[in-house]
Ligand binder design. Sequence first.
Ligand code: GLA
Length: 415
Amino acid sequence: MTMTTILRKMAPAAMAIILVAAIFAACGPGKAGKEPAAAATAPVAAPEPILAPVPPMGFNTWNKFGCEVDETLIRQTADVMVETGMLEAGYKYLVIDDCWQVDRGADGRIIADPKRFAGGMKALADYVHSKGLLFGLYTDCGPKTCQGRPGSFGFHDIDAATYAEWGVDYIKVDWCYADDLDARKEYTSFRDALRRAGHPIVLSICEWGRNDPWTWAKGVGQLWRTTADIGDNWESVVWIIGANSRHADAAGPGGWNDPDMLEVGNGGMTLDEYKTHFSLWAIMAAPLMAGNDLRAMTEETKSILLNKEVIAVDQDPLGVQGRVVIERGYGGQVWMKPLADGSKAVAFVNTTDRELAQYVRWSQIGIPAGPAKVRDLWAHEDKGVHTDTGSKYDERFEVKIPAHGVVMVRISPGQ
Ligand code: GLA
């Protein structure tokens, strides 16, 4: 290999180091040559910790409780997150959304509602941590939050320092009263303030996809909303799935498209609709933030939120956002998400009001011709080995999907 070929194959960063070293060697190190080589002594910046190698999971107060938040709710929620197995299933962030804050002090420090959070945020965070959970709060880039509480405009450093002092691990930063601001600049400034505060805090960017965050938010925050707010209804879920799916390229370990928090268990959708909602969030490697009352979950709701096989698809370390691989015009879609072990998660979705049969060929989902094992992730059943040799009259894998429903499987090549 010639020197030029070696250089061409090198990563740009490595090349830059070599060039700097070469220039240094050519120009210095001074007459006596006594100064040590720069490369040997220059401080090496510690790599940034990856705060969200997989999509964050947890609970957020907004969808169910709106402004009705207080420390009793948070303590009880922390307790049940452990008791119900939510924490064990991966839901580790407990986030208080809007309305916990009432004012700023003369020193600029944000003040939590003294009636609703009488014990203070530090004590509450300590309690949440004592349960093995992580603690999150909410603010806004503008001067006010969406509910008119004090926002963080002009207060990034003091807020970041306060959060760090309280032990906050996650901050959702909204975009109300911020239309005149530059989103990339504001969120970057927030990130830098969080870094200066010296405590690792996940930054959840919530500007509703207004400023194309999928083009700049990776490296600024760990998740960024791609749409307006979710509603507890089927139309909203279908609309969000379509909008969020357009930005699949942007997602990956460290930074995720956020199609908003879950509505599972809030009562506005059927069991099948909630299963589709949850399955598609998992196929799209979305953050999974439960938004229901965890203290009063039905068995049905638990069977969705605690479905470990579907959660494993969401949390797969390969970190690829799945996509539609087959769009059948009449309301049937096949989605595929490649997984780290070489298997594929496949979701057959039916947006029509009637049962639908759907099939797939291995070649359409990246499975090599031949046998493959199929596991049903909702029935929790092995569906045997199916063989698709690729020939025209060969077996196709076919399923029946209920109205507004989903069939979700994991297909692994081989016997
Ligand atoms: C916005 C956000 C929601 C929620 C509310 C709170 O609408 O998008 O997720 O945080 O504000 O006021």
